[in-house]
Design a protein around this ligand. Structure first.
Ligand SMILES: NC(=O)c1ccc[n+]([C@@H]2O[C@H](COP(=O)([O-])OP(=O)(O)OC[C@H]3O[C@@H](n4cnc5c(N)ncnc54)[C@H](OP(=O)(O)O)[C@@H]3O)[C@@H](O)[C@H]2O)c1
Length: 309
């Protein structure tokens, strides 16, 4: 890996088709701007077409040559995931990068339309379903990638397979950690299965460190703005957060650098909080094939999406 990989190291992406979920704000928007500026055709897959069109206009004003299309995708509804995949397949015959980035953090227990706990549903299950529904177009595209945006919250997280949806006991931070561990675990297992099937598509994951985006503000708003969290964000934010241009590097590196590998987790190099992207160890759970298989089986059963390699 180059010592200090930056956005100027992004290769020419002309002719490549990229889908980014949650592309209208934060890291997703930063990746939209960076990849479009390097020639990729970017499909912003967002729940609010209005917010996405406003973000698209912002990028096009900065990068007039950008080719960006907005398509509706609500991760809290499997029906929307299915409609998105169908609409995408009707319009495009290749997919070079699926950047599974959309997410919500530490929200009170709520359910998606399909009855999943919101964080597990939006952050993991919707992306599992979307990837499965687009797998044939991905594997038809030579050298394509699937990237999962995970989090440092995955480092000490675990799966509660007896109560994945937090019905018996719910902690919004534990549920966030579980959903972000699921992102990394899914990418690891997907990569293993792709390799076993002899496909050229790879899958990997990353975390950005701490970056001030709408994620924290939405979390506070939804959970009644707990004092401790407000204070922590107030102190930790200025102390630990890095600028979005740096925070987005791990997902960009993993998504497009010719040196990035499948089955690997990337993050900021310095104390896993700041700096240029580097390979990292996320959680020992990722080394346990039985757990990865179990998450996969549960995800297939819950979403009804069966993968065929
Ligand atoms: N910022 C950090 O410090 C940090 C740290 C670790 C990991 N991450 C991860 O980075 C990813 C991006 O987050 P961010 O920091 O860029 O936050 P953000 O600015 O809040 O962006 C999150 C994106 O996800 C979208 N989203 C939320 N619920 C959705 C749903 N039901 N369907 C479709 N899209 C939905 C949001 O759409 P709306 O605008 O419509 O709400 C938004 O576009 C997340 O997966 C997060 O867990 C961030």
């Amino acid at each position: 890996m180059s010592e200090e990989w930056t956005q100027s190291d992004i290769p020419d992406l002309s002719g490549k088709v990229v889908v980014i979920t949650g592309a209208n704000s934060g890291l997703g928007l930063a990746s939209t701007r960076a990849l479009a500026a390097h020639g990729a055709e970017v499909i912003m897959a967002c729940r609010s077409v209005e917010r996405a069109e406003a973000a698209r206009a912002e990028v096009v004003a900065e990068v007039p040559a950008a080719t960006i299309t907005v398509m509706q995708l609500d991760n809290a509804r499997l029906e929307s995931v299915r409609s998105f995949a169908e609409a995408f397949r009707a319009r495009y015959d290749r997919l070079d990068l699926l950047l599974n980035n959309a997410g919500v953090m530490a929200v009170p227990r709520r359910l998606t339309e399909d009855g999943f706990e919101m964080q597990f549903g939006v952050n993991h299950l919707a992306h599992f379903a979307l990837t499965g529904l687009l797998l044939d177009v991905l594997t038809r595209t030579e050298g394509s990638r699937v990237h999962a945006t995970s989090s440092g919250a995955a480092f000490r997280a675990s799966f509660n397979f007896d109560d994945l949806m937090g019905e018996d006991r719910y902690s919004r931070w534990e549920a966030y950690g579980q959903s972000k561990l699921a992102n990394a675990a899914f990418a690891t297992e997907l990569d293993r299965r792709l390799k076993a099937a002899g496909r050229s598509t790879i899958a990997n994951s990353s975390h950005p460190g701490l970056v001030r985006t709408n994620l924290q503000a939405n979390s506070l708003k939804e959970s009644g703005s707990p004092l401790l969290e407000r204070v922590l964000y107030g102190i930790l934010g200025p102390l630990l957060a890095q600028e979005i241009e740096m925070g987005v590097l791990p997902q960009l590196y993993a998504s497009v650098s010719p040196d990035a590998r499948g089955g690997v987790f990337y993050g900021p190099r310095k104390r896993r909080l700041r700096g240029y992207p580097a390979e990292q160890h996320c959680n020992e759970v990722l080394d346990d094939p039985g757990t990865l298989r179990r998450l996969w089986d549960e995800s297939e059963q819950l979403t009804g999406i069966r993968y065929s390699f």
